[in-house]
Write a protein that binds this ligand. Sequence first.
Ligand code: FUD
Length: 288
Amino acid sequence: MNPLGVHALVFAGGTTPAEIDLMVAETKKAGFDLLELSLHDSPNLDVDSARASLEAAGLGIVCSRGLAFDADVSSDDPAVVERGAKLLHDSLDITHRLGGRHFTGALYSALGKYGRPLSSAGRANVVTVLKDLSAEAAKLDMTLGLEICNRYETNVINTAAQALDLADDIGADNVVIHLDTYHMNIEEDDFVRPVHLVGDRLGYVHIGENHRGYLGSGHLDFTSFFHALADIGYSGPITFESFSSAVVSPTLSNDLAVWRNLWNDGPALAAHSNAYLKTMIEGTRAGA
Ligand code: FUD
């Protein structure tokens, strides 16, 4: 069975020690194997205390993030690129110190609406910085995930085919592809071909509904997606991601345009999604 994860924003918007303890307890209670922590609030993160809390609960950790418009490795401006690269190196270090082996997300741009296409100089900057970061990650036995996001959140990679091209240009074995059903619904032709295209380069998966609320309450065809994962023998982490105005991060929620209330009770949502994912995975296997 794939390790199952849940995104921290299901429980809390920040990463103070009290919020981390709450996330860890609720992640465990809902039956997940790992917590995905967004590093958008990392100045408030006490890494040693978070690691101790995760270890005491026997939970795995994956860290994720996007960059910011003033710290963006896809920029043409060397000073902006340098701030983005520093954010990435610091975040990789935090992930490692937390005991994590996967660092993923929009590691190649800000999370937000760009008013123009990516420039060729900007793309070259992404490749240079991520080559360097992947070498650093390899020394720590860690992987970097390229999360494919929709057009309103990045202009760098919106489809699996574009992500594979970027990964080829970076050219490192520890750079993996991260598919997210919420973004795929906006950009891909269907839920099957991108999974087959990525194949054994798939390293991380986000499951989210079309409105990012309760699984099964929207219109996404999760059955096809889970069949496609079974086709390629995917055994990596599968993480549930959901956002509501009930749990707010001062930065990430605005970047992701989380304006609506889709649920109030994070723990109830987490328990439901855990059961939903297990049913999907076990049901897909039984039918295979
Ligand atoms: C963004 C997204 C998230 C994001 C992550 C950062 O739309 O899908 O996965 O990259 O929340 O922690």
